[in-house]
Design a protein around this ligand. Structure first.
Ligand code: SAM
Length: 273
């Protein structure tokens, strides 16, 4: 949905965008945004901290990964690696992956500051540069899943690199939020667009007309069908409640909306076999 940072003028459209166009827009976009993102949210995320979203639910509370100690773990859309660093601190063996080199430079910066190092690679969620059955756990905290057009390819790749019985968990904007304007205040509480309209949200550079940012929407039913279709058994669907006294506003997430509607969905699944 709407970007939360001031940037060059953009025009917003809803229109079809393929995987290449999504990737070519979002990589540079996250490179431009990375410094601002880390300056704004780094403290809330914690250098060695695993939160699933703006509500602040931690993996220590949620337990969606069902334990990481001794596990080989891949974080997709790892940003500055805060979650992976927490995994490492729990005795796991994490690797980060992100489309944005600038995000991974921040990851390196925090590695050096904390001494808790997460190896990471620039790549895309739809073509994971790892051998089959390399990981016990793949996760993504608001990472790539809502940014890829080829979600089928992304989940197929996840299943490929997981070992049988491996865990897959990810957080995304709660699909019901698609119905509302991306506004943290009262206007964000009035449904104004169809939940079932999957046409991507697209920002175009106003001067050049080039696609500058893309988000893709799937309904809850789409996610269930997709995971089941790739051999996953869904074990969790968490919809964190807005905590009492939590007054942080993050883009379209706020107490005003969070007290009434879910802003984040966290899926957990196990690969059958
Ligand atoms: C909202 S940030 C979340 C980062 C981190 N998980 C966190 O909680 O701070 C989304 C991240 O996904 C990355 N991303 C977007 N599209 C991607 C793709 N196709 N493959 C891998 N990473 C992607 C972005 O570069 C960005 O770092």
């Amino acid at each position: 949905m709407q970007q939360e940072w001031p940037q060059r003028p953009v025009r917003v459209e809803r229109r079809q965008v393929d995987e290449a166009e999504s990737r070519h827009a979002n990589g540079p976009d996250w490179d431009r945004y990375a410094d601002e993102y880390q300056a704004t949210h780094g403290e809330f995320l914690g250098d060695i901290g695993f939160v699933w979203g703006p509500e602040g639910l931690t993996e220590a509370e949620a337990g969606v990964l069902h334990g990481v100690a001794g596990r080989d773990v891949l974080e997709v859309g790892s940003g500055a690696g805060q979650c992976s660093r927490w995994v490492r601190a729990q005795g796991g063996h994490p690797v980060g992956l992100d489309l944005s080199a600038r995000q991974l430079q921040h990851s390196r910066r925090i590695d050096e500051a904390t001494g808790v190092v997460v190896p990471s690679v620039v790549a895309t969620a739809t073509a994971l540069p790892f051998a089959d059955a390399s990981f016990d756990v793949v996760f993504s905290s608001f990472g790539a899943l809502q940014f890829v057009a080829d979600l089928d390819g992304c989940v197929a790749e996840t299943a490929r690199v997981l070992r049988p019985g491996g865990r897959f968990a990810f957080s995304i904007t709660h699909p019901t939020r698609w119905m509302f304007p991306d506004d943290p205040d009262e206007p964000g509480l009035t449904a104004s667009q169809s939940y079932w309209d999957r046409t991507p949200y697209v920002e175009l550079d106003d001067e050049t007309g080039v696609v500058a940012y893309v988000e893709h929407h799937r309904t809850l039913g789409d996610w269930v069908a997709l995971l089941a279709g790739h051999g996953f058994v869904i074990t969790d669907l968490r919809e964190p409640e807005w905590p009492e006294g939590h007054d942080r506003v993050w883009g379209g997430w706020s107490g005003t909306r969070g007290r009434l509607t879910p802003g984040t969905a966290i899926f957990g699944a196990r690969l059958g076999g």
